[in-house]
Write a protein that binds this ligand. Structure first.
Ligand SMILES: *[C@@H]1O[C@H](CO)[C@@H](O)[C@H](O)[C@H]1NC(C)=O
Ligand SMILES: *[C@@H]1O[C@H](CO)[C@@H](O)[C@H](O)[C@H]1NC(C)=O
Ligand SMILES: *[C@@H]1O[C@H](CO)[C@@H](O)[C@H](O)[C@H]1NC(C)=O
Ligand SMILES: *[C@@H]1O[C@H](CO)[C@@H](O)[C@H](O)[C@H]1NC(C)=O
Ligand SMILES: [Zn+2]
Length: 476
């Protein structure tokens, strides 16, 4: 007798999904499709039959039979970009991507250089795919695991990919007990002259130097690209580690997957006895233009990385100490689908770590000419109370920022959100992505729209969030 037919279920996210054990036990994560959040379950027709007979939610789900199994499942989605950047051929570009995927020379080999600058990609591998779900703004594909790692180089510019986990994952909502301390800080939040003087100490000239090293614009670092698989990302990692260590942090390079540059995890131990840990992060890896080896990532996410480093440098200059542990983290593997942060967030969950707050900075510096300085907070993935705290701290210390929500979504904070840690993201615009150099080899810091005043204003908000939430003392 044949067993039940396996099915991939893509359903609108909702807590009711988790009331069915054959769904919740086969959950593969939440993903974005335009303005919707979709949950993926890989189950079978028996489960779906019983769910469908009792839940109206099943009416808006889609079901794909798995006839021949699958390789690596990958979610690809169109990102939220400003209409000024949208090309009229956006739909064709996705079709071209699928064509590229099925042609033998699937990976543009000139994009991949190993540590000796040798081409390291085998183009013979994996040139088939299967499509399990498709809307104008998202798709679920099966590709070889090799191709999955390199999709970022052949995806259309405003599309991104996220690999699905290889086995079901637990849905871990942020528990109310983890939100209480945030509400409590919010309820007593008031301007502090000491915090103001600490956050104002962030240095723009220093940030200008730091970003020019990371992009290679200084002509000294030799960095051409910080793509996770190339030498430049390892140069950046070693340099970041050395700079953080200079500020008194204890740092580790944490590898997470063969071939990828490591995460850089730096820590300032609390001066009071607590396990509580606040994480402020960016991703130092980058993505360039299709077919080009250059990926300076000045805004994405050299800006977030530089903001995190500017906080470290300010900690050193001011001698501030914290009442919770503070980790400053530069992730890698973000552009291939949050690989670095997923590994770290999972590790912290397994260790039962007491991560009390996490704020990811991704793209802080671009300001569209004519627009005011802005701070965007994610409109869905993240903990609303954390976003509220960040917004209120912005009003206190960077009142020049216009704060609002952005549909630009799902940087490394999603990895922490998925593990039930309170988190949010800070972004450069209260609206969709408007940077014309986004995912482009021209993403340098010395160009129109790259605004160091906005970068500093947002870095102040990140630092102010640590100071207010963790608590601090200044002895110097
Ligand atoms: C930061 O503080 C240090 C120590 O008080 C001071 O020497 C330095 O000039 C300040 N820098 C800025 C940019 O405010
Ligand atoms: C820190 O607190 C823990 C738990 O309250 C306690 O077991 C430990 O002894 C304390 N350590 C120090 C150095 O006070
Ligand atoms: C986590 O850290 C916070 C902040 O220091 C502390 O209040 C809380 O008790 C800690 N939680 C656990 C489970 O140790
Ligand atoms: C936080 O900001 C909101 C919206 O601007 C405001 O209503 C609220 O009073 C602020 N809370 C504090 C503690 O400042
Ligand atoms: Zn980014």
């Amino acid at each position: 007798m044949k067993g039940p037919l396996p099915l991939i279920v893509v359903a609108p996210f909702g807590n009711s999904l988790f009331e069915y054990s054959c769904l919740s036990g086969n959950f593969y994560g939440n993903y974005r499709d335009g303005s919707q959040t979709r949950s993926i379950m890989i189950t079978d027709e028996f489960c779906v039959d019983s769910w469908a007979s009792s839940a109206s939610a099943s009416l808006s789900a889609s079901f794909a039979p798995v006839i021949q199994g699958f390789q690596q499942l990958v979610w690809v989605e169109e990102e939220a970009v400003d209409s000024s950047l949208k090309s009229s051929t956006a739909e064709d570009e996705f079709e071209q991507f699928l064509e590229r995927l099925s042609s033998p020379a699937v990976i543009p080999i000139e994009s991949y250089l190993d540590s000796e600058q040798h081409i390291m990609v085998n183009t013979e591998q994996g040139s088939t795919y299967e499509l399990f779900y498709r809307t104008p703004t998202a798709a679920l594909l099966s590709v070889s695991s090799h191709v999955a790692l390199h999709l970022d180089t052949i995806l259309p510019r405003y599309w991104k990919s996220t690999p699905l986990p290889s086995s079901p994952v637990e849905f871990i909502p942020v528990p109310p007990s983890a939100v209480e301390p945030i509400k409590s800080v919010l309820s007593t939040l008031a301007f502090s002259p000491t915090v103001a003087s600490l956050v104002n100490n962030i240095s723009i000239p220093q940030m200008k130097n730091d970003i020019r090293f990371l992009t290679g614009e200084d002509g000294q670092s030799g960095i051409v690209s910080r793509h996770s698989f190339v030498e430049g990302s390892r140069v950046a990692a070693a340099w970041l580690l050395a700079r953080f260590v200079e500020t008194g942090a204890t740092c580790q390079l944490k590898p997470f997957l063969q071939g990828f540059a490591p995460n850089v995890v730096c820590r300032y131990d609390s001066v009071v006895n607590t396990t509580g840990t606040v994480i402020i992060s960016g991703h130092y890896d980058s993505r360039g233009s299709f077919g080009s080896t250059r990926a300076p990532g000045g805004d994405d996410d050299g800006s977030g990385t530089t903001a995190v480093l500017s906080i470290a440098r300010t900690i050193a200059r001011t001698g501030v100490k914290f009442h919770q542990n503070v980790e400053l983290v530069a992730f890698a593997g973000e552009e291939q689908g949050l690989y670095g942060s997923r590994a770290y967030a999972r590790e912290l969950r397994q260790l039962n770590a007491n991560v009390t707050l996490m704020v990811q900075a991704d793209m802080l510096a671009y300001r569209k000419p004519g627009e005011p300085m802005q701070l965007g907070l994610p409109d869905r993935i993240g903990t609303p109370e954390v976003a509220q705290l960040v917004a209120n701290i912005s009003a206190l210390y960077s009142p020049e920022l216009e704060v609002g929500f952005t549909p630009a979504c799902c940087s490394d904070h999603q990895s922490f959100h998925d593990q039930g840690f309170p988190s949010t993201q800070v972004f450069e615009r209260a609206g969709p992505i408007a940077d014309p150099m986004y995912h482009n080899s021209g993403d340098l810091s010395d160009r129109e729209g790259y605004d160091f005043d906005q970068l500093k204003a947002i870095a102040k908000v990140q630092f102010g969030t640590i100071l207010h939430f963790a608590g601090f003392e200044v002895s110097k």
